[in-house]
Write a protein of this length. Sequence first.
Lengths: 187, 443
Amino acid sequence: MSESEGRVYQARTTGGNTEAFGGLYEQYMPDIYKYIHYRVGNIHLAEDLTSTVFEKALKGFSRYISDRASFFTWLMTIARHTVIDHYRQQSRRKDMPLEAANDISSDNSSPEREAVRREELKRLRLCLERLSRLEKEIVSCKFGAEMNNRQVAGILSLSESNVGTILYRAVRKLRDCFREWQNGQRR
Amino acid sequence: MGRDDKIEKEFSEYIDRILAGEEVVIGDEVNEDLRTAVEFARKIIELRGEPSTAFSENLKQSLLQKLAEQDMRAAQEKKGGFRDFIDSLIPRSMAWRAVSTAAIVIIFMVVGLFWYMGGFAPEPVPSPAPAPAPAPKPAPEPEPEPAPEAAPAPVPAPKPAPTPEPSPVPAPVIEIPPALIVKAVPDEAYYMPGETIEIELSFTNITKRTTTLDPFPPKIQVKPQREDKVVYSVAAGSQPSEIEPDDTVILDFTWDQKDMDGKQVSPGWYDVVLGEFIVTMEDFDMKLPMGTHIEARLLIQYPQGTMEKTVELNQSQERDGIEVILERVELTTTGMTVHAFNTPPGYIHPPPSTLPTVPFLLASAEYSVDGGTVKPAGSPGIRFLEYMEGTGIRFVENGVRYTWKQLDPVASDAGELTFIIVMSYNDRPGELIGPWEFRIPLE
């Protein structure tokens, strides 16, 4: 039994819901947030949607069946649906809003470094825009939620090798798009 | 494992190690493309946004507060349950007990009757218009066909391989009453071999109740058109999924066009079929098994191009004293249509929506190109109405016309089509006649 499954078990058997849920939150919130941030590209929106995900998880915690999927997979499923719902409500997808590039926060950076970082992030978002929805989804799962290919394959109903193929293709596309921009800047 | 597969696997392994916090050094001996991709992945990781401490703490506090309230409510409900509620409704006096118990029984009967009459059924929701499929390539969409009005008994195929009934081409929107609308939208009108196929499957809850789909995602299979053979399959998910009223859950399905052995499948039409899943509505003790529908139809084209022409044949063949004429073969980018004709002895054109007064022939066929794989063409059903396009039997002025539509396209460099028909009389479906084997030069 993994640490997270142990916490779920503890909550079920001893009624220690608060402690167990608190532990699970600490463990998984950063990954869920980063996944959502990749998908929506805006800090405030990522925070709102992360809150929604955990509120839904809280509501459905009693219905979560631990022997059918890991708690993280369950949370990721909620997160994916929450992002999809958000775009639907926004009347059709416009992943990675470009104006959101200014919301990057970093610690202890010099103003020059911060400016470069902002520019790079802006470019990365523009490049992400060029990917297909599935490629974006896989990049977000991998680099945001730090999932391995098997986990990504599980939640997206793909084969593991297919995830590897799409991920490699997507990162190469991003790299080429980024290079294009860098070369343009140097000229 | 191919070279590309190895590189892709290596790439994923590098990323997993970097994400795990390992110091990964990539030597110059590593393939340049792979090395630069990994370096760029580092850049992506470096640019990630972390949640702020303030947000993290505030959300945690808010959630724990809600959890505590939730636990408190649950404890109170446990204390004063349904029994207490009923007890509180029934007064202590015997006379009032009798009256109030009768009233509760009547309420239950009215609710039950209302339910029985469909009073709790969801409001009728008009089917949404088919989602527009993106059409980056200029291929025409396959025509949706209405279901045949009357399907004749199937006639077995001429070869030992069983010939299934032709599957009607599905409308792009499939309504599963009363809970769900399932839509499948492929990202292209057709695909070249090797291209990744992406299909967006959406499940919309059209009821006013939270609906659970189990398992989710359901099993997804890809089958060659009109065949039971599964070439690719994705296992069902392990966790049910809830859909709120009027909400939609979207599932992305991708297929790299490879079969279970990792080999590229041959060009032609393929069906995407959902496996069974159970739909349960909140507060409604009813389980609806769904699935096994054809959700999308995919066309993989020939890399060398597709033959586009009409071959006028009027080739006649006689077997068992019966003449069948293969009139015409139409070849387009979306498939092949074959027209055949027969005049039953004593035939008189029947009035609309009626069968001929004399026995007529039902047909089944299969075909192959240049001696390759034999594919079923199916058994056309009877089409009484003239406006009904597609595969079917039509009773015309001087006989019966048979049309097999949306068969697989033919490669531009194909030499010969073999089309084999077997028949049986409509009043003696077990007695096979034929076969009529037509060889059609395509060059």
